[in-house]
Design a protein around this ligand. Structure first.
Ligand code: HQG
Length: 182
């Protein structure tokens, strides 16, 4: 389990490796790797994270939702559906609201069909708006954020599963439970 501050650092690392290598002046090789020592130096310069090699390894070992990997002094982002394999599939009660960040081009369909798992097994929802923005930024530089009436949906029989590092999984969510955040 990571502390809030560690989660923030971990997300910034993922964001840099996955979405904005140029913003952090990272040079990725063909396999998406960058030199670990250089990576740490650049991240500290650009984002003042106070990163050390020990901290990067420690975050990696203690994180439930691994977003990157290290091989021979190089680091790269890991894609995949890691969280869906790790979450215990036993329904739990979610908080009143959860969030979902996505691209504007999907809004119309979502308001008609609701949130559906698409290629995944479950819909991914974020515990807070900040996380939803990061997830949405993978698809849209200025993502749209839905506020999801999660507790109500769960009371009507939609199943939600244990949160891991700010992400909840759920079954499909009907449009009725979605509110567009201004
Ligand atoms: C959209 C990362 C049209 C949905 C993150 C999303 C997250 C619809 C996309 C995790 C729709 C699916 C998941 C509908 C949903 N019509 N579009 N009815 N319903 N969509 O990647 O939530 O990479 O499967 O808004 O941290 O973006 O797994 O889901 O844009 O936890 O480690 O269809 O991915 O983690 O895209 O992200 P995704 P997501 P990992």
């Amino acid at each position: 389990m990571l502390t809030k501050e560690e989660q923030r650092i971990s997300k910034t690392i993922s964001y840099a490796l996955r979405h904005k290598p140029e913003e952090f002046e990272l040079l990725l090789d063909d396999e998406g790797y960058t030199d670990l020592a250089e990576f740490i130096e650049k991240m500290n310069r650009k984002a003042e994270l106070g990163l050390t090699i020990e901290l990067v390894h420690s975050l990696l070992e203690r994180s439930d939702k691994t977003r990157w990997e290290i091989t021979q002094q190089r680091i790269r982002a890991v894609y995949g559906h890691s969280i869906e394999k790790k979450v215990v599939k036993q329904a739990v009660t979610p908080p009143k609201y959860l969030y979902h960040g996505t691209a504007h081009r999907f809004v119309e369909r979502i308001l008609t069909d609701g949130l559906i798992p698409k290629e995944r097994q479950y819909v991914h929802l974020s515990q807070d708006k900040e996380t939803a923005i990061m997830v949405g930024e993978r698809r849209d530089t200025s993502p749209i954020i839905f506020k999801v009436r999660a507790l109500e949906a769960s009371q009507s029989g939609v199943e939600f599963y244990q949160e891991l590092e700010g992400i909840w999984l759920s079954q499909a969510i009907a449009p009725h439970y979605l509110i567009i955040e201004e």
